[in-house]
Design a protein around this ligand. Structure first.
Ligand code: HEM
Length: 408
């Protein structure tokens, strides 16, 4: 955690009791985030970045500030400089302006449209039904493996056109690779594991791009190649990085949504019961799950010009960490923010980020969670569910590795 970004004033920085890299932060980050938002809502951290933690400020920066994803010298503020192969430097999330628009448009047709969501629906439905059949027969399930990761991993294999047998590879790689987004600040052993996963994923996806160039199909990689061939400016490496980025963005986060959402419902039996009685609340329930325990606690922006936030003018090249998890629990925006209420009105959260980088897969994620949570609400009715011990994943996102439950 020693490295600082170039605009840093490290001596002045303070974690304010909310160090996002501390091991205990993940168990329950919300008390610490409340302290941070109250004590220092525009917080200079010890590593020289600024944490923006009030809902109104986060929304304002996303909507109105002139920002970039990189520093003015083109470097990435949070990435590990030694992380080269499979690096997100070329991924759309790290790009600005026309370069970003082009990559986003290329992926949009395969991911963003209602058609893709419709196409994937029956597969998702079938997956969750089978998972629940098996769990009911066995008297319980391990929620992460048997439901929360099963659903998005099958969907991503389908979207990418890769064999289901490769699912275990993605499980391991994607969890490790999420750390790349803030790897500069992580311990050396985590950095190394992240780099190794980057190399393995680059090998796999660059080979896949070569294969699909020779023999195109109906999958996302072939669609990216077709879009790219119209002006021929992306190489195999850049194409592979889009596929890697999308698989990580679409897989890990959805595990978080389904498992954190189910955990919230199990922790609040009255809300689970309400969902059973009023299934039409499912869409609102998903939004409340995204607000209440969001899979990505923070993302980033770099100021392209000075900007006033929370009464402070921050300079150009200031690195902002947008504290989505804090914004979503801001009492100035959400009354009783720590209450989980699937009927909550006006639940417009920040879980999918904002502005031009707003999550491209939000509809897919919402659809997957809708089926998984509905299956639970409807088919475990009248049953006691006992939770076992939680284990957190080594993902950078807010994702569990294990959440066992038994039915009684
Ligand atoms: C609950 C699940 C998900 C959450 C919480 C989530 C969250 C996010 C966040 C916070 C960002 C960054 C936005 C920003 O910087 O403003 C993002 C970007 C992105 N997400 Fe998601 N995501 C989810 C699911 C998915 C899925 C299922 C896919 C695709 C299959 C996907 C694809 C992407 C892509 C491609 C970007 C980059 C967009 C760009 O740079 O223009 N995400 N997501």
């Amino acid at each position: 955690m020693a490295t600082t970004t170039k605009n840093a004033v490290p001596d002045a920085g303070d974690w304010c009791g909310a160090d996002p890299f501390a091991p205990d932060f993940r168990d329950n980050p919300y008390p610490a985030l409340h302290r941070l938002r109250t004590a220092d809502p525009v917080n200079l951290t010890p590593v020289g970045t600024w944490r923006i933690s009030r809902y109104a400020d986060v929304a304002d920066v996303f909507k109105n500030a002139k920002t970039s994803q990189t520093l003015s010298d083109g470097t990435a503020p949070n990435f590990d400089p030694l992380d080269q192969r499979g690096s997100f430097l070329e991924f759309m999330l790290n790009k600005d302006g026309p370069a970003h628009r082009r990559l986003r448009n290329m992926a949009m047709q395969s991911l963003g449209g209602a058609k893709t969501v419709r196409q994937m629906e029956s597969e998702v439905q079938q997956t969750v039904t089978q998972a629940m059949d098996q769990a009911l027969a066995q008297g319980g399930m391990e929620i992460v493996e048997d439901m929360a990761s099963l659903v998005p991993s099958r969907m991503m294999c389908h979207i990418m056109g890769v064999p289901l047998a490769d699912r275990p590879l993605f499980n391991e790689w994607t969890a490790a690779r999420t750390n790349a987004f803030f790897a500069r600040f992580l311990p050396p052993e985590v950095q190394q594991r992240t780099r190794d996963a980057g190399v393995a994923m680059a090998d796999y996806f660059e080979a896949l791009v070569r294969e699909r160039r020779a023999k195109p199909g109906e999958d996302l990689v072939s669609a990216l190649i077709r879009a790219e061939e119209q002006d021929d400016s992306l190489g195999d490496v850049e194409l592979a990085v889009q596929a890697i980025g999308i698989i990580i963005a679409g897989y890990e986060t959805t595990i978080g949504l389904i498992s954190n959402g189910l955990r919230a419902l199990l922790d609040h039996p009255d809300q689970m019961e309400r969902l059973r009685q009023e299934p039409v609340l499912i869409r609102n329930a998903i939004e409340e799950c995204l607000r209440y325990d969001t899979p990505i606690l923070f993302n980033w922006r770099v100021l392209a010009e000075p900007w006033e936030v929370g009464g402070r003018v921050l300079p150009a090249d200031a690195v902002l960490w947008m504290m989505l998890g804090s914004a979503n629990r801001d009492p100035a925006r959400f009354p009783e923010p720590d209450r989980f209420d699937i009927g909550r009105q006006d639940v417009a959260h920040q879980a999918f980020g904002g502005g031009v980088h707003f999550c491209l897969g939000n509809q897919l994620a919402r659809m997957e969670a809708r089926y998984a949570l509905t299956e639970f609400a409807q088919r475990t009715a009248g049953m006691d569910i006992r939770q076992g011990d939680i284990e957190w994943s080594h993902s950078f996102f807010r994702v569990m590795a294990k959440l066992p439950i038994t039915f009684h």
